[in-house]
Ligand binder design. Sequence first.
Ligand code: SF4
Length: 258
Amino acid sequence: VTERTELPVVRKTKTWPIIELFGPTVQGEGALAGTTSHFVRFGGCDFRCAWCDSGHAVLPEQVRANATRMDADTITSKLVALPQAEWVTLSGGNPAMQYGVEAIIRPLANRFLFAVETQGTLWKDWLGLVDMLTVSPKPPSSQMAEKSQQSLAGFLAKARERHSSETMCLKIPIHSEPDLHYAAAVKAAHPDLPFYLSVVTEMGGLYGDFAGGHIDAIPDIIARWRWVTETVVGDPRFVGVRIFPQMHALLWGHELGH
Ligand code: SF4
């Protein structure tokens, strides 16, 4: 009988499902809007937002078809090989579904600043290592508001153990009027955190049926941006917010790789 201690040790290298890895491009929204960034898009999400434009990173059958499993060495080598950018943004899907991402962040900590965007449902300790944590709870138009609200306070309490208002912010997508009421309530509950409103771009939605499957043209994006801006600027609940459209949608529409 072979003793357990004599068995060869098989170490399985940790890999993650990567949908896209590209850059440099511009960060299109939130606290880092306008900065240059690479993007690593992880597959998998615990939400199904009605207007989500990233079905390829969310729906399991699409993730299975689109993801390449990569280990930390492969991901860090690919990022280093790209022309230099200031930031690396870890996105998804929900990147906070993934374990062990410190193995990607730590080796590159002297080369890039790291940003994460997550809806604030699943805390992982590696989220404490990043230079900007954007927490983006989802409002009523996403049809995920109830689920979002259940986890937000607990997630932010964990995040505050590792981050200050210098390195974390809130960003709420806005598509329609009820979203503004939701955003105002979140802002009132967390008045110390930088607060961004991000104007939703209609891209057909996760199942191709959001707003009748409509795809925004540039004038549509600008019209909704204008509506949000004109509604918000005179509202005392929103003093201190910043309002952005999705700049990447204005520049490149729905093209992958931006
Ligand atoms: S919008 Fe974000 S949180 Fe919502 S389904 Fe898409 S990737 Fe997930």
